[in-house]
Design a protein around this ligand. Structure first.
Ligand SMILES: Cc1ncc(COP(=O)(O)O)c(C=O)c1O
Length: 451
């Protein structure tokens, strides 16, 4: 469906060269377009629809709040939903993380989290701590500071002049690493590389390390070794660097626990949440921080200097509260963890298909990496547009996936992500695998370049 004109609509679409199916209804794991075609939503839109589509309770909760009062200025008033949302998030969050600053998008939460880190150091008398360390590949959003922290080259192409320097450390990305994620682990996979970067830069100049606890779409759900986060946490403690866990994608249960860091048994200094905390019913994100980081601001400037009109929004927070209660009442995070082994066992079958190099992930999050030659892990040339072609073929087969590119070397590399709603049934998992296979065979046929 490639088109080279803008003539058919007034919408400035995300992609200007394709015609979009128009979705008119969603229910559970399914989306239906205006022609009645059903799509199995294998990735919850964009790792968002954790509850599934069409849950009436959430719509009703936000309508009730809009009827009562939709918006109040967050510098003048508080409101019931924001107070309740903070309680709901704080009670699930690890350690001393308990202050909740709600925003709308993940990018905004990352911007605010990094500003909090910087403001904290300035207000505690260490203004030299301005450097940020981030992993590569990695993704933290598309506004300019969040994009600076991201290692996603193709998003930066036109904007390099506007981005700030961020220190980059190779991510623990076993499939593309020399150690292959097996002991003895290389510095990137063990976490040692993060401490080396702190030391190289000078600890007294480093404000924060920001990272995704389990890889998102940039490294295709790569899961670090058990010691990785303990080691990074210890390095941050040793050098008094703040650890920011970007759980925009992995938080709210996606990997089978509220936060993806939980199984590692460590607590970050700041956590960002987004996507799943309102299940897609509204845009909602949050910065979660301990009182110890906010207290210096109380004694100093008096506020986190990240003023946005729609932070602490009553209707958005009401949708978040309803979503988090629904997750709890229906034990959906527990369900995500319980279904995950079957999900990954079924996905193993994909390894036998042409073009598949690796299948990995945790909880209901999986990445399938495509390669031209599985023996050498050689990626397809970017010109083949394998991931994009696959995503279109999947849509034709009635399956929604999330493609990503560039993870092999910044330019080449293709993968598809799966992250179905937590209500996905075993039959739907089978159908995901079946349609994935159909789409893959169609892609290989179209591209014709597999070893
Ligand atoms: C880990 C992570 N952080 C931040 C973001 C940015 O979130 P948003 O697209 O809502 O701005 C994303 C989005 O994919 C993400 O995966």
């Amino acid at each position: 469906m490639i088109h080279d004109d803008l003539g058919h609509s007034q919408v400035f679409y995300r992609k200007l060269t394709r015609r979009y199916p128009r979705i008119v209804r969603g229910e559970g794991c399914w989306l239906y377009d205006a022609d009645g075609k059903g799509y199995l939503d294998g990735v919850g839109g964009a790792f968002v629809a954790n509850l599934g589509h069409g849950v009436r309770e959430i719509g009703a909760a936000l309508a009730r709040q809009a009827d009562r009062v939709a918006y109040v200025n967050g510098t003048a008033f508080t409101n019931d939903p924001v107070e309740e949302l903070a309680v709901e998030i704080a009670r699930r969050s690890p350690g001393d993380l308990e202050l909740v600053y709600p925003l709308a998008s993940g990018s905004e939460a990352v911007e605010a989290a990094l500003k909090l880190a910087r403001q904290y150091w300035v207000e505690t008398g260490e203004p030299a701590r301005r450097k940020l360390i981030a992993l590569s590949p990695g993704y933290h959003g598309n506004t300019l500071l969040a994009l600076s922290a991201s290692a996603r080259e193709h998003y930066k192409t036109f904007f390099h002049d506007w981005l700030v320097d961020v220190v980059r450390v190779p991510a623990p990305y076993a499939y593309r690493c020399e150690c292959r994620g097996a002991p003895p682990l290389c510095p990137s996979c063990s976490g040692e590389a993060v401490e080396a970067a702190i030391l190289r830069e000078g600890p007294e100049t480093v404000a924060a390390v920001i990272a995704e606890p389990v890889g998102g779409s940039s490294s295709g759900a790569s899961v670090p070794a058990p010691e990785y986060w303990r080691r990074v946490r210890a390095a941050c403690d040793r050098h008094r660097v703040l650890l920011v866990a970007d759980e925009v994608l992995t938080g709210a249960g996606r990997t089978g626990s509220w936060s993806a860091l939980e199984p590692y048994g460590i607590v970050p200094d700041i956590m960002t949440l987004g996507k799943g905390i309102a299940g897609g019913y509204v845009p909602l994100s949050a910065v979660v921080a301990p009182r110890r980081l906010a207290e210096p601001l109380v004694r100093g400037s008096g506020a986190l200097l990240h003023a946005q009109t729609f932070s602490h929004h009553a209707v958005l927070c009401a949708a978040g509260v309803a979503t988090l209660r629904y997750l709890r009442e229906h034990a959906l995070i527990e369900r995500c963890a319980a279904v995950a082994p079957a999900f990954h066992a079924r996905l193993e079958a994909l390894r036998d298909l042409p073009g598949v190099g690796d299948v990995r992930g945790r909880g209901l999050l999986a990445g399938i990496e495509f390669v031209a030659d599985p023996a050498t892990r050689t990626p397809f040339p970017r010109s083949a547009r394998f991931a994009e072609t696959f995503a279109e073929a999947a849509l034709e087969a009635g399956l929604v996936v999330w493609p990503n590119v560039g993870q092999a070397d910044g330019i080449n590399g293709d993968l598809a992500m799966l992250a179905p709603p937590f209500v996905v049934s075993h039959e739907e998992i089978d159908l995901i695998v079946q349609r994935f296979g159909e789409a893959l065979r169609a892609t290989v046929e179209r591209i014709g370049a597999v070893a």
